[in-house]
Design a protein around this ligand. Structure first.
Ligand SMILES: *Cc1c(COP(=O)(O)O)cnc(C)c1O
Length: 227
C-alpha cells in the first residue's frame, strides 16, 4: 500500500468512528507521528493535506523540523509527544507548537522558564499516569488538580488538556474512560482545557468513542518505522 492509501484508510476509519460516536468529524485532529522517518515523508504528508505532526525525540525532531520548514511554505504544526528531558526544552520550544508530555514538576519549571518571553503561549497537555506504577511517569489522578494549578501559574504556557497512553493489557475502555474522567476533572479548574490527546494506531477507534480530540497515529499511516 502507498502512503496515500494508508492515510486514506486511516481517515476512513476515523470518519467511521466519529460517526459511530455521534461526533463531528472536525472535532478530531489527526497528528501523524513521523518519528524514525525522514523529513521527506513529512513533506509528502503535507502534499496529501496533513498539517499536524508528532515527534518524540528532540535530537531527531529539531533538524527534521528545520528541513521541513525549508522544504515547504505551507503552515504546519509540530507536537512533541515523547518524554522530554529538561535540558532539551530550550531546543524544543523553538519548533514545537504543543507539548503533549508535560509529566512532572521539573519539566514544568523548565518549560515555564523557557516560555516566559513568548508572545503566544505554548500549548501543553498534562500527561496522565493511568497505572499504579510511579516509574511510568505522568501525573497520577490525585495530583492532577494541584499540578494543573501550578501549570496555570506560568504565563508562557497554555494548558489545553490531558494526554494518555493506554496500557497494552486489553483494557482500553477502562484506560480511555480514566482519561475522559481526568479531562472532566481538569475542566473544573480550567473549563477551556477540553482537549484529549489519546489514541494510537492500534486503539484510536476506541479513543474516539471516549472523546479523544487529538489522535497520535504513526505506523498505521507511515508504515513500519526504520530504526
Ligand atoms: C510512537 C508514538 C505514537 C504512535 O504510535 P503508533 O503505534 O505507531 O501509532 C503515539 N504516541 C506516542 C507517545 C508515541 O511515542
Amino acid at each position: 500500500m502507498s502512503l496515500a492509501e494508508r492515510l486514506g484508510e486511516a481517515q476512513q476509519r476515523i470518519a467511521n468512528a466519529t460517526l459511530a460516536a455521534k461526533r463531528e468529524l472536525d472535532s478530531v485532529t489527526l497528528i501523524v507521528v513521523t518519528k524514525n522517518h525522514p523529513a521527506q515523508l513529512v513533506l509528502d504528508l503535507i502534499d496529501l493535506g496533513m498539517r499536524d505532526f508528532g515527534e518524540n525525540r528532540d535530537q531527531e525532531a529539531a533538524p527534521k523540523a528545520l528541513e521541513v520548514r525549508a522544504g515547504s511554505d505551507i503552515e504546519h504544526r509540530w507536537h512533541f509527544i515523547g518524554q522530554l528531558q529538561s535540558n532539551k526544552v530550550k531546543s524544543v520550544v523553538t519548533y514545537a507548537n504543543s507539548i503533549h508530555s508535560l509529566d512532572r514538576e521539573s519539566l514544568l519549571d523548565a518549560l515555564g522558564k523557557a516560555t516566559l518571553e513568548r508572545n503566544t503561549p505554548l500549548d501543553v497537555f498534562i500527561q496522565l499516569n493511568l497505572t499504579d506504577d510511579e516509574a511510568r511517569g505522568g501525573i497520577r489522578d490525585g495530583e492532577l488538580l494541584p499540578f494543573a494549578e501550578k501549570v496555570l501559574g506560568h504565563p508562557g504556557l497554555n494548558l489545553v488538556g490531558v494526554m494518555g497512553v493506554a496500557a497494552l493489557d486489553n483494557n482500553l475502555e477502562r484506560d480511555f474512560g480514566l482519561i475522559r474522567a481526568a479531562s472532566e476533572k481538569l475542566q473544573t479548574v480550567k473549563p477551556e482545557a477540553k482537549l484529549i490527546s489519546a489514541g494510537m494506531s492500534e486503539d484510536f477507534e476506541t479513543a474516539i468513542a471516549f472523546g479523544a480530540t487529538h489522535l497520535r497515529i504513526g505506523s498505521a499511516i507511515t508504515g513500519k518505522r526504520q530504526y
